[in-house]
Design a protein. Structure first.
Length: 734
């Protein structure tokens, strides 16, 4: 390297060398002093924060000289990269990843065959030798050299991670999150990555940690697993986990960990304020801090807002309702009139009812009367599709809740809050069953005390995808005025979808159309065999439904909804087979064992606030750039570009789960229903799937499975205390 030990090391460049001897190491802070050999006969003292180092380890360091009053001149390391021995497999994976322009999988294999484990050295120090490989000429070599140099900072990390079966996309995300500290974090506490980076779970981080020598009974491992279990329970809709369940799962899954070590990890997490414990009955609730604070704040806000004085109209509301009836040329039922009237005489109101009960018409009536009263009403819904439908029905602007609260993606915060509240006299939220605890927490922070709140939704649908069960909890707490709609609006009375949805809620058997009735909007096709059900669904989506509704087979208006992910008629297999059958475009982007093609139906599987695309949104692939490894998706007119590292946010959507279908409507829905789906045969799940269809709902399966689904009215309970806390605060305030 030509480095002189005279203090003239260039602090801007990395310097490579070997650890000769560790002079001092603090396990508490990581502060290390060691002798560092640069070339034979040349060494220096380096200091800095490191994971445990051993003589012989090779590092690439960057930093600056400093003068220590006691020990003299030392080189203070600010960043470092360990030079890890790279396997031939890891190098080939990196070269095949597409990051090094000019090298594809075939050329990568030829390079590895020619140079083997010397490939890294050849590319870094003697790239001209690449011309010895078939297919590498002067132009190709220039492209490879340039790209190799551009990825100097990240290539070691990617090769290291690929040896641990971590994709290039996730490796890139790790580098984007931690930068030059990536190796330090992965070597000191790799579990940090599963908390900081979406797409890296505990199992991946644990695999890295154990391969790097971390003890299976390490406190860091147990603490990370407890937090992982809490996060997984949040994903399942729970606000908290029970301590007994956490301890049992730790013992079972981490195997050699003893109960006392788990208890110690829990106590440490409490002291570090990474979890919060709350005694409930004979157990202890364990929360991640945000969810504890959110639950407490939502309860306080509902109590505070519902108790605040508000202005009532001076005009005759009954007369105003008659005027709206005349304008809309209809007659409201007594319950509908009550819902409209209570909107003007209650500070907080919940309007709940099933399909066909006129919820959207009621919202339009409420908005019209508020408008005549010269009061400002805000309209919002949890998803873009729901907001669009609300806007079309009321002829007024409706936004997603995130847009209403003016979410700022770069800051990860909402502009609207306590110090910058919403402006208006009333806020109406449609599809309120989809609102989870985090969103409700941020919403209520932005609501001024004088603003009316009107929540509209179907309590019998599945609860939100995120934590909590707010609509049902608020209703059952009896803390807020509730109006229940149970009469089917007249234009929906002939619909078997609507009629059967209400029968399902009552636990009654379905009504089937007559055999000769070709105009029905509901059909049940009886088959017991899973393979036969599968073939029937493929035929329905390919021929029967497109012909009946006069829409193309690839249309997003046709949706298969399955209760399970696995199995022949599970979401995963149906997606793969429907793609083969319906999409003639054979060129696409390969992502591991899956492929996304032009014109494919795809679904976003996590909230991306920067792109304003949310979990469950479905779109169509309209363009693919194979060279740049990116694709463009059209979500109802909103065009979104996905780069390589973002492609794990979307999946095929020819078939989706019932939970993912929430808040959406389709012209036609097809659903398999078999006894193999036993664990998911629940009334609210079947009801939700049935009510996603506007013009046609087809159930394919067995009568026994149908019977189980209708009779099973005990949905999986969510760990949440909104209802109990609202009741308690109501009692103590009286």
């Amino acid at each position: 390297m030509g480095v002189k030990i005279d203090g003239r090391l260039n602090s801007m460049d990395y310097i490579e060398g070997t650890i000769e001897r560790v002079v001092f190491y603090s396990p508490d802070t990581g502060y290390t002093v060691c002798r560092f050999s640069i070339t034979e006969g040349q060494s220096l003292t380096i200091v800095g924060s490191f994971p445990p180092l051993s003589p012989g380890e090779i590092l690439r360091i960057k930093g600056k000289w400093e003068l220590n009053p006691r020990f003299g001149k030392q080189f203070k390391v600010e960043n470092f990269i360990p030079i890890l021995p790279s396997s031939v497999k890891g190098i080939e994976k990196f070269l095949s990843s597409g990051l090094v322009k000019g090298i594809g999988p075939a050329l990568a294999r030829r390079i590895i065959k020619r140079f083997g484990d010397q490939t890294m050295d050849i590319l870094s120090k003697s790239p001209g030798k690449m011309k010895e490989v078939e297919g590498v000429g002067p132009v190709k070599l220039k492209e490879i050299k340039k790209s190799w140099a551009e990825h100097e900072d990240i290539r070691e990390l990617i090769i290291f991670l690929q040896e641990h079966n971590i994709s290039t996309n996730l490796a890139t995300k790790i580098y984007q999150q931690y930068g030059e500290k990536s190796f330090y974090i992965l070597k000191t506490n790799p579990y940090q990555a599963c908390h900081d980076i979406w797409g890296i779970g505990f199992k991946t981080a644990d695999q890295i940690a154990l391969k790097l020598g971390m003890s299976p009974s390490s406190p860091e491992r147990i603490k990370a697993y407890i937090r992982y279990l809490l996060e997984k329970d949040n994903e399942k809709g729970h606000v908290f986990s029970l301590q007994g369940d956490l301890e049992e799962n730790c013992k079972k899954d981490l195997e050699i960990v003893e109960e006392k070590e788990i208890r110690l990890a829990l106590e440490t997490l409490k002291k570090q304020k990474l979890i919060i414990a709350e005694d409930i009955e004979s157990n202890t609730a364990i929360y991640l801090p945000f969810f504890y604070d959110a639950q407490e704040e939502v309860v306080r806000s509902i109590h505070k807002l519902s108790s605040f004085p508000f202005l009532t109209p001076s005009f005759d509301v009954d007369k105003a309702i008659l005027d709206v009836e005349e304008d809309l040329n209809l007659r409201f039922s007594p319950a509908q009139k009550q819902a409209i009237k209570e909107s003007f005489f209650k500070k907080m109101l919940v309007i709940t009812g099933g399909p066909g009960t006129g919820k959207t018409t009621i919202i339009k009536a409420i908005v019209d009367i508020f408008h005549k009263w010269e009061r400002k009403v805000l309209l919002a819904a949890p998803t873009g599709r729901a907001a669009k439908r609300l806007s079309e029905a009321t002829k007024k602007e409706a936004k997603t809740i995130h847009r209403t609260l003016e979410y700022t993606p770069k800051l990860g915060t909402f502009r609207r809050g306590e110090n910058h509240p919403l402006v208006g006299d009333a806020l109406i939220i449609d599809e309120f069953s989809m609102v989870d605890l985090p969103l409700m927490y941020n919403l209520l922070k932005a609501v001024p005390q004088w603003m009316r709140l009107i929540f509209v939704g179907d309590k019998d649908q599945l609860p939100s995808v995120g934590p909590g069960n707010l609509l049902r909890d608020i209703i059952e707490s009896q803390r807020v005025e509730i109006v229940r709609l149970d009469e089917i609006f007249r234009q929906e009375k002939d619909s078997l979808i609507v009629h059967n949805a209400h029968r399902v809620n009552q636990g009654k058997s379905l009504v089937y159309p007559k055999k000769e009735d070709k105009s029905s909007d509901f059909y049940f096709i009886h088959h017991e065999d899973e393979q036969t059900v599968f073939k029937t669904i493929i035929n329905l989506c390919s021929f029967n439904i497109p012909k009946k509704l006069n829409i193309p087979p690839l249309s997003p208006k046709i949706q298969v909804i399955s209760p399970m992910y696995r199995g022949t008629v599970g979401v995963d297999n149906l997606n793969s087979e429907l793609q083969k059958k319906l999409n003639p475009y054979r060129e696409g982007l390969k992502l591991g064992n899956r492929e996304i093609r032009l014109c494919d139906k795809v679904m976003q599987i996590r909230n991306n606030y920067e792109k304003e695309i949310f979990n469950g949104d479905i779109g169509t692939v309209v363009d693919i750039d194979k060279r740049a490894f990116r694709l463009i998706v059209d979500f109802d007119g909103r065009v979104v570009v996905y780069k390589r590292e973002e492609l794990n946010e979307i999946v095929l959507a020819y078939a989706i789960s019932v939970h993912k279908s929430q808040g959406s409507e389709y012209q036609a829905v097809v659903m398999p229903l078999l006894t193999q789906h036993f664990i998911m045969l629940q009334r609210n799940l079947f009801y939700t799937a049935l009510t996603r269809a506007r013009k046609l709902s087809v159930i394919v399966g067995s009568y026994k499975a149908l019977y189980i689904a209708i009779k099973n009215d005990k949905p999986i309970k969510r760990n949440c205390l909104i209802r109990e806390k609202l009741i308690r605060i109501n009692v103590t305030s009286q």
